[in-house]
Write a protein that binds this ligand. Structure first.
Ligand code: GLA
Length: 698
């Protein structure tokens, strides 16, 4: 990695790419190149103001690195502000730059400013060793003595090289159907992906993936993923001249931020890169996230096999019933026991109790201690569910503090799941939330929290704020702040992020929480699609996946199939173990033991998708770490027409090495080059069939 600067030309050199930009003759930073590297001296400032005609201004057509709303500019912009004197335009020109080094990065900061208003906007680019991923964010500093109202502050704008249309990959998901991939060709106009619900939501993802002629192993793929769990906006535009640009950041819908004199606002980061093939993209981001995005304390540690009580007991928890399940969970090999919803306040169902974070005495007459002692005596750690941002109207908290929710006095509050959202932009509410969790952590030996969030915001009045439109930023920032404070006070605490499953499955959540739920849907067939979408840009390790009793659609699937799907992430167990036969428990024991043998490879290995799930109706993934590799093959709905055999070309092996393959009680020996170039046929015909193949270099 290296950053070159010469006469206003900047080149960011990553492992295999260049990202280049230059100050133009009007002082604006223009984008030059992103992709395969060239000779450094060949990069030159090329922009010459060229007005196509009176309808297509020079500025509107050029490749600006970060375009503010100003002058003759009519395309989607990255930045909009209203200055103290009422001027609603911002002109940003180059002021200075700085290159600095941190422990594991080099950082380029290019400071632009709007001179008459003493407003500084700094474009920041962080480079790290052995990767093509660049972390990009923007800092806005008000150096004047009057406030400036920011109404759009994207993290970055990206210009793509080719004039041919790009294929955009995002999702069209829902609750229980997160990460369902959709692809759209960007030919004209603006393609918009956003969330307005307060969280990043189940539907669309805060990322752009723009590709040409790409499959897993080839083609150009440009990507950028926003580390933000609140409202986001991704705009992808292709103009009449064929230039494709993407603007990504916090959503400007109903948003503004009053930047007072002397204040600085730092946008969330966007992690962007150029890769060859979707596989190249996923592999880069998988490794990069573990190395640089996940909270350091647990990033390099394998995640424990957890048991979660939700699908087994729902709200009907008690000390006795949980202890019974815990005994079996420990016996089959679980390492962490998480009690889900139902343990607090008057929580019998989802109509009451949220906000009352004290132990329910009817269910736990002696508090949680007997249960926790039991869990610990069984050799497991203990985890507890919270939904700290919410309150039920039927709760002591709401009766005492109805004013603590977002609300308008003239409007009837919309309930969703019988609950309201607490106004976390209030200091007293923030302290309350931190306080109740802190109290439980101080009193009990809790090493894991499942932090849930189950509804979208509405009636977002926040009288406490001088500018209530800041709540869209401040609420999410408060969530991160509370999680960080808890981790600072309890360094061994792990926090799982859940928002009705995958409603907050984004890199922002991953940078503050150790792992997350990708979906409430534990049906193994549906999971294949969900896991496929998640694996595109997010780290495999973070993906909690549960083996449960689910058989929602009466599909006949056995535990082998469920485990083989679920072991492709962080294995978790969620069925009602007290109802299982000894034979079923033995299957659990067998797979949990197996998972512990392969989990380092799955959670930290290089990751490959070996099949095209949509076309081949087979989900095939491979993980490689050092001398070990593991492959999962899972079929969804196969028909008689499909071949009984599926041919696999292995990936990521040592071509000089010799490997022992173990599958179906067979052992075979092959060279790495043979496995990758010739490949092998595996018998996997039929519906809902699965197979695991293990490789060891000998
Ligand atoms: C949400 C979560 C579930 C479970 C329930 C509890 O739906 O996604 O995993 O915790 O809440 O009410």
């Amino acid at each position: 990695m290296k950053i070159y600067e010469n006469n206003g030309v900047f080149v960011l050199e990553t492992q295999n790419t260049h990202y280049a930009m230059a100050v133009d003759c009007e002082g604006v930073i223009n984008h030059l190149h992103w992709g395969k590297p060239c000779k450094i001296d060949d990069y030159k400032s090329v922009y010459k103001p060229w007005e196509r005609n009176s309808n297509h201004s020079a500025r509107d057509c050029c490749k600006t690195e970060y375009l503010p709303y100003c002058g003759s500019v009519y395309r989607p912009v990255a930045f909009v502000a209203k200055h103290g004197d009422g001027c609603r335009e911002t002109v940003l020109t180059y002021d200075s730059h700085k290159i600095s080094e941190g422990e594991d990065y080099i950082l380029l900061e290019i400071e632009l400013s709007d001179k008459p208003y003493s407003l500084a906007v700094t474009l920041c680019y962080k480079l790290r060793e052995n990767t093509d991923v660049i972390e990009r964010y923007t800092k806005i500093k008000n150096k004047s003595d009057s406030a400036v109202l920011l109404s759009k502050i994207a993290s970055g704008e990206f210009n793509l090289p080719s004039k041919r249309p790009y294929l955009s990959t995002n999702t069209n998901g829902s609750w229980g159907g997160e990460f369902r991939i959709e692809k759209t060709e960007v030919k004209n106009g603006t393609l918009l992906y956003d969330s307005r619900k307060g969280g990043s939501d189940h539907t669309l993802n805060p990322w752009f993936i723009l590709s040409q002629n790409a499959d897993e192993k080839q083609g150009d793929v440009y990507f950028g993923a926003l580390a933000w769990s609140g409202n986001f906006k991704v705009e992808i535009n292709r103009d009449f001249a064929g230039v494709t640009r993407a603007v990504i950041g916090i959503n400007d819908f109903d948003f503004s931020y009053n930047l007072r004199p002397g204040e600085e606002f730092i946008t969330p980061s966007v992690y962007c890169g150029y890769a060859v093939g979707y596989g190249g993209m996923s592999n880069q981001m998988n490794a990069y996230a573990v190395e640089n995005i996940l909270p350091k304390r647990f990033a390099k540690e394998p995640l424990p096999v957890l048991y979660n009580s939700w699908e087994a007991t729902f709200f009907d928890v008690s000390s006795e019933s949980q202890q019974k399940i815990a005994e079996i969970a420990a016996d089959i090999g679980c390492e962490l026991f998480v009690m889900d919803d139902g343990w607090f306040g008057q929580r019998k169902d989802d109509w009451a109790g949220l906000g009352d974070w004290y132990v329910n005495k009817d269910k736990f007459p002696e508090g949680l201690k007997p249960l926790i002692d039991k869990v610990k005596s069984l050799g497991m750690r203990f985890g507890l569910w919270f939904e700290p941002e919410m309150v039920n109207p039927d709760s002591d908290l709401y009766r005492a503090h109805p004013e603590w929710t977002y609300h308008y006095k003239t409007r009837k509050a919309s309930l969703l799941r019988q609950q309201l959202v607490l106004n976390l932009t209030r200091d007293d509410v923030k302290e309350f939330v931190f306080g109740v969790m802190d109290k439980m952590l101080a009193e009990y030996d809790i090493s894991y929290i499942k932090w849930d969030m189950n509804r979208a915001y509405s009636e977002t009045g926040a009288e406490n704020l001088e500018n209530p439109q800041e709540l869209w930023y401040r609420h999410t920032a408060a969530v991160y702040e509370i999680a960080d404070r808890l981790k600072a006070k309890y360094p061994d605490l792990q926090i799982e992020c859940c928002a009705s499953g995958g409603g907050r499955a984004d890199l922002g959540a991953m940078s503050h929480f150790s792992m997350l739920l990708t979906s409430d849907n534990t049906d193994p067939v549906d999971r294949l699609e969900i896991q496929h979408g998640f694996s595109l840009l997010y780290p495999i390790k973070c993906m909690r996946a549960w083996v449960t009793d689910t058989n929602r659609y009466s599909r006949k699937n056995d535990f082998d199939f469920r485990f083989n799907v679920t072991m492709q992430g962080s294995l978790s167990i969620g069925g009602n173990l007290t109802k299982y036969s000894e034979e079923e428990l033995e299957i659990h024991r067998k797979y949990i033991t197996l998972y512990k043998e392969i989990r380092n490879t799955v959670q930290f290995g290089a990751f490959y998708r070996l099949a095209n799930y949509a076309e081949d109706r087979i989900y095939a993934t491979q993980y490689v770490l050092g001398s070990e590799s593991v492959i999962f093959l899972c079929t969804s709905v196969n028909s008689f027409f499909n071949d009984k055999f599926y041919h696999i070309f292995f990936e990521g092996l040592d071509s000089e090495g010799t490997y022992k393959l173990t599958y179906d009680d067979k052992e075979e020996i092959y060279g790495g080059a043979y496995l990758m170039n010739v490949g092998l046929d595996f018998e996997i015909g039929g519906t809902l069939r699965s197979k695991i193949i293990r490789l060891k270099r000998i």
